[in-house]
Each structure stands twice: as structure tokens, then as C-alpha cells.
Design a binder for this molecule. Structure first.
Ligand code: GLU
Length: 414
């Protein structure tokens, strides 16, 4: 099914800006990206042939601080997707109140089809292509779908070669190169903290709560690990190759070992295989979409049987599906809150890079906890203050207000 991510985001934005009765021109300024860069990236393949790939860096808004957001390497990357994701970053950083704006970038490529050398070359070519618009105080990339600490290390190195040692140019780096304790696990841990607070807030027991997780990459696997430690029962997980189900709850440490050995959770003997689509429709307390956007849409929203959706991925629920879920009384904890743990710890990483002074793991975790819990209750309080307000609209309202205020205070409208 064709999903236009930018249209979905616009719908979410419009709803919140109407609730806020935002001036129409200010709303339009806030809604669309400030700057869009598309780049052509030549790559000499290992067999000597030339392939030209397309990349983007879209800077949505920097009124509250430097542009900030990840880089995605995926065949579905296109201008509309990156636009939507860049806007979500602006409102995510504003919602959790860290001094950044929002951006996103990516390359339209399946990195699984590239050798390690090709991946490194492509990353370095991309850094050179976007270097006029990024900078430690201007725009700071980070990992996203199919990008990792190694790729961030290449970015840091390529940028530093022309600009001098610049660890603060990118976050999500390996610890040995100025990465932060807790950054790798931050998004998944943040999803788990949000789920835990949601359970508390809605009087649902956490111990023994049943959870289905779509996606077992960085976000899904760290969420599974943390929730397992909280005493939740992870009854199903899936990745790009398949899905598995065990109503007694999966043995997550054993599953992680299986994934490590085989590169996938698929065919694990710990559980029975199910269809990937079935996972979304399982009866459970919490459903965590932690893969790509647009996976809960008008064709399948009706089948959901969870009590709450926690959005680990960016943009997993389309506006039409949101409406169906609202009618079914299934609350959705939105992406800009639920998966904000990653960018929160990115902020801590950047601060440590600027200070050249590094914190212990416990300090990072404590600060992350506090930020997320405060943001959760702020959002929940607004959502519960009016009858027709979803968590998503409340989250957008809080963040739009903050960005609008910064734009006005800076005198950007003259
Ligand atoms: N890609 C992550 C996100 O969507 C992290 C971005 C960052 O750390 O800058 O929030």
C-alpha cells in the first residue's frame, strides 16, 4: 500500500495547529522545511562499474538550536519521507525540551547490497556532498534505519579531515571515538520507559504485561531486552525475514543469542513462526511498531487487538488508522515522545563532546529517565485535560508552541 509520509505528518500538524488556533502564516512557516538539499552520489562498485545514488539532507527548523536528526540508508528513502521525518525531529526535540531543531537525511540504497568498502566510500562521498550545510553548531546527523556507530565514525573522520577534530559533528559514535555511554540502547530503553509510565498512568500492571514488537533492529531489540527485565512478557517479535510467537513469553536473552548467530530471529526454535502481518493483530497489552513508517494503516487498523500502541518507529500509524484506533479506544503513544530517548542521549553525547568531558553510564541513564518521564506526564496532562485530545495531538501542541515561541522571540518574522 502506498503511504505518503509527508501527507500523514501534515495531517497531524494541522490538527494540532488548529487546536492551538495558530496564525495561518506562522503555521505554514512551521510546517514546511527551512532548507532541502538533494545530492547525487557517484560510487565505484567493487567490480569497477559506476552507480549513482541519490541522497538528501532536509533541515526542517533550527529556531531552538542546531538542526538535529538521523541518516537513513534504505531503498524507500525519498524526498517526501525525509521531509516528514525532518519535521518529526523538530517537534521531538521541542517536546522533550532539548536545545535542537530538526533535520533528517538519507540515501536511497539497500546497504545489504553493498560491500563494507562500498558502504564506507558512499558514506564519505555523502559527507562531502552535504558538508556545506552541516556543522557542530549548525546541523548534527545521527544513526537511523540501517545506519550504525561504524557509519557515524566514518562521518566524524571525513568531516574532521577538513575541519579539524570534530567529534560533535555527529552523534551515535562508538564510545572509543567520543560516543556516549547509553547511546546505543537509548531509543529502545526510552520506548520501555514510556511504556512503563503509560502502564502506571493507566493502571495497567507492568509485571506480566504482554507485548508484541514489530521490528528487532536497534530499537526493537533494546526495547525487548529492557521490557523483559521489567518483567513484561514479550509474546511476539518480527524482523524483515519473519515473525515468531510464544504466548508464554519469549526467552529474550536466548533470542538475542540466536539473532547474533544467524542474523535474524527467523527460524528460532524458541517459538512458533507466524505471518508478519499477524503480529500486528495479536491480542496483547502493548503493541510496539519499531520498524518502518505507515505500517498501521486503514486496511489493518481495524484488526488491532492491543490495549495501547507505543510508537517505537517514526510515523508507523497513518492518520486514518489513528482515527480508527481512537474509535476503538486504543490510545497511541506517539513517536515524538515514545522514541525520543535516542535524540535525548544524542544531546548528552554532543554536550560531552563540546566539554571534552565524559559521563558515567549511571548519569546518562538518570538524566534520560528524568527527561522522558517529565515529558510523558506533561503530554498526558494536556491530553487528559480535554475530551477529544489524543496523546499525539497533545504532544504536537506542546512542541509547536515551543517552536513558535522561539521563532517569534528571535524575530524571525519581520
Ligand atoms: N534517528 C533517531 C530519531 O529518529 C535519533 C536522531 C538523533 O539522535 O539525532 O529520533
Amino acid at each position: 500500500m502506498e503511504i505518503n509520509n509527508f501527507k500523514s505528518y501534515c495531517d497531524q500538524f494541522d490538527r494540532a495547529s488548529q487546536e492551538l488556533k495558530l496564525d495561518e502564516n506562522l503555521a505554514s512557516l512551521l510546517k514546511y522545511p527551512d532548507r532541502e538539499l538533494a545530492v547525487e552520489l557517484p560510487l565505484i562498485r567493487d567490480d569497477g562499474s559506476l552507480k549513482v545514488l541519490r541522497g538528501y539532507r532536509i533541515q526542517h527548523n533550527d529556531a531552538r538550536g542546531p538542526f538535529k536528526g538521523g541518516l537513513r540508508f534504505h531503498p524507500q528513502v525519498d524526498v517526501d519521507e525525509v521531509r516528514a521525518l525532518s519535521a518529526l525531529m523538530t517537534f521531538k526535540t521541542a517536546l522533550v525540551d532539548i536545545p535542537f531543531g530538526g533535520a533528517k537525511g538519507g540515501i536511497q540504497v539497500d546497504p545489504a547490497t553493498l560491500s563494507q568498502r562500498e558502504l564506507e566510500q558512499l558514506t564519505r562521498t555523502f559527507v562531502r556532498a552535504i558538508s556545506p550545510v552541516i556543522g557542530v553548531q549548525t546541523d548534527i546527523p545521527a544513526p537511523d534505519v540501517n545506519t550504525n556507530a561504524q557509519i557515524m565514525a566514518w562521518i566524524m573522520d571525513e568531516y574532521s579531515q577538513t575541519n579539524g577534530y570534530s567529534p560533535g559533528i555527529v552523534t551515535g559514535k562508538p564510545i572509543s571515538l567520543g560516543g556516549s555511554q547509553g547511546r546505543e540502547s537509548a531509543t529502545g530503553v526510552g520506548v520501555s520507559i514510556t511504556l512503563r509510565e503509560t502502564a502506571k498512568h493507566r493502571n495497567m500492571p507492568l509485571e506480566g504485561a504482554t507485548v508484541a514488537i514489530q521490528g528487532f533492529g536497534n530499537v526493537g531489540s533494546w526495547a525487548a531486552r529492557t521490557l523483559h527485565e521489567y518483567g513484561c512478557k514479550i509474546i511476539a517479535v518480527s524482523d524483515a525475514r519473519g515473525a515468531i510467537y510464544n504466548k508464554e513469553g519469549l526467552d529474550i536473552p536466548a533470542l538475542l543469542e540466536h539473532q547474533e548467530a544467524h542474523g535474524s530471529i527467523h527460524l528460532s526454535s524458541l517459538a512458533e513462526p507466524i505471518e508478519q502481518d499477524e503480529l500486528l493483530c495479536l491480542e496483547c497489552d502493548f503493541l510496539i511498531p519499531a520498524a518502518l513508517g505507515g505500517v498501521i494503516h486503514k486496511m489493518n487498523a481495524e484488526c488491532l487487538r492491543c490495549k495501547v500502541v507505543i510508537e517505537g518507529a517514526n510515523g508507523p500509524t497513518t492518520p486514518t488508522a489513528d482515527e480508527v484506533l481512537w474509535k476503538k479506544n486504543i490510545p497511541v503513544i506517539p513517536d515524538i515522545l515514545a522514541n525520543a530517548g535516542g535524540v535525548i542521549v544524542s544531546y548528552y553525547e554532543w554536550v560531552q563532546n563540546l566539554q571534552r568531558h565524559y559521563w558515567e553510564d549511571g548519569e546518562v541513564t538518570r538524566k534520560l529517565e528524568r527527561k522522558l518521564v517529565d515529558s510523558f506526564y506533561e503530554t498526558a496532562a494536556l491530553a487528559h485535560s480535554r475530551k477529544e485530545l489524543s496523546y499525539r495531538t497533545a504532544a504536537f501542541m506542546l512542541s509547536i508552541k515551543r517552536v513558535a515561541e522561539a521563532i517569534e522571540m528571535r524575530g524571525r518574522i519581520t
